[in-house]
Design a protein around this ligand. Structure first.
Ligand code: P1T
Length: 382
């Protein structure tokens, strides 16, 4: 099997048979002509399958070491499709530290359709096992978690799932397939917000599910076609293009994030720095075991924990742009308590560590000296 960079550039794609074009064409078409009813070249209607999306899905399966991948119109649409495979009464156990939009989908959409969600600190395996009962159908984790950067032991979660005959799913958005392949660690499903590192240029909103189980893949493909939250061919093209540099971009994201974390940890106005690459991070050992590097995301708090100070820093940066999302080539900063995680009730947020001065950084691939200078002048404003 080819190594990551080769797969990222070549898997699922081949020169266009009509013209020799090296890049997969954007098949901007809704439908495909049939020679007689039912006779076609594998494509009937673009909701069901489109050649540009097909190439992307094959590429995604390859880079995540799966056998099947399904692309959706957003990360949340991918999760939505997965949740539709359950029935009222089914229970799902989720890590308590997760993207606010995922929490909202669970608690404000699917809870009223009869699914029951439990939130637990996933590194506390005893508490996790205590919640398991006959109705438990899935364990859902993010690792690294958004925004606290906790690392969950994927192999242990996969073992618990297998032992109890429960599906296990990892939201691998923060790591990207370059840093971590949860299917290799034994889980059943990987979910991505493609919007982030995979597409990588802040110009696409998309999601995907990658797996190895043919029966479940067929069920998800049925939902993908029946419910219709599919990405368009232009976005699939942009994502295929983005993936070609995923390995190179991730190397620089990791290198820059480590330097920013090291800078922040020694800053007199900074309280905590959450980056799994720091030896002081409580999950540094498991991060080192299950990830190839530590990623481009980090969070930190300010001494005194004043929201006013966090707002001053966030509105003073000149290179880090204050915006939701992450994983693009440009650096972003955000305030989880009022932005990405505002959908989580304050008491729950505080329990997770999302305090008023918590700042999240998506460290881009600009020159590190400029990024550090930018943070320095912004923190000086407090
Ligand atoms: O935005 P969308 O493509 O629908 O993906 C949702 C999603 C799923 N999982 C994780 C871990 C995520 O971080 C996200 C989206 N997150 C942000 C927009 C954010 O700024 O955190």
């Amino acid at each position: 099997m080819n190594k990551f960079g080769t797969k990222a550039i070549h898997a699922g794609t081949h020169p266009d048979s009509a013209t020799g074009a090296i890049m997969t064409p954007i098949y901007q078409t809704s439908t495909f002509v049939q020679s007689s009813p039912g006779e076609h070249k594998g494509y009937e209607y673009s909701r069901t399958l489109n050649p540009t999306r097909h190439a992307l899905e094959k590429n995604l399966a390859a880079i995540e070491n799966g056998t099947h991948a399904l692309a959706f119109s957003s990360g949340l649409a991918a999760m939505d499709a997965l949740l539709k495979t359950f029935k009222p009464g089914d229970e799902i156990i989720s890590s308590c530290d997760l993207y606010g939009g995922s929490y909202r989908l669970f608690t404000q959409v699917y809870a009223s359709w009869g699914l029951k969600f439990h939130f637990v600190e996933m590194n506390d395996l005893l508490s996790l096992e205590e919640l398991i009962n006959d109705q438990t159908k899935m364990i859902w984790i993010e690792t690294p978690t958004n925004p606290m950067m906790n690392i969950i032991d994927v192999k242990k979660i996969a073992e618990i799932g297998r032992k109890n005959n429960i599906r296990t799913a990892v939201d691998n958005t923060f790591a990207s397939p370059y840093l971590q392949n949860p299917l290799d660690l034994g889980v059943d499903l990987v979910i991505h917000s493609i919007t982030k590192f995979i597409a990588g240029h802040s110009d696409v909103v998309m999601g995907a599910i990658v797996l190895k189980n043919q029966t479940l893949a067929e069920q998800l493909a049925f939902i993908q076609n029946s419910c219709g939250a599919v990405p368009g061919p232009q976005d699939c093209f942009l994502t295929l293009r983005g993936i070609k540099t995923l390995h190179v971009r991730m190397e620089r994201h990791c290198e820059n994030a480590m330097k920013v974390a090291q800078y922040l940890i020694s800053h007199p106005k900074v309280d905590n720095v959450y980056y799994p690459g720091l030896s002081t991070h409580p999950n540094n050992k498991i991060a080192t075991e299950q990830m190839r590097n530590y990623g481009g995301m980090l969070s930190f708090t300010l001494k005194g924990d004043k929201i006013h100070d966090a707002k001053t820093v966030l509105s003073s940066t000149k290179i880090f742009s204050l915006a939701e999302s992450l994983g693009g080539v440009e650096s972003l900063c955000g305030h989880p308590a009022t932005m990405t995680h505002a959908a989580i009730p304050k008491t729950e947020r505080k329990k997770m560590g999302i305090v008023d001065s918590l700042i999240r950084l998506s460290v881009g691939i600009e020159d590190i000296e400029d990024l550090i200078k930018d943070l320095e002048q912004a923190i000086e404003k407090i």
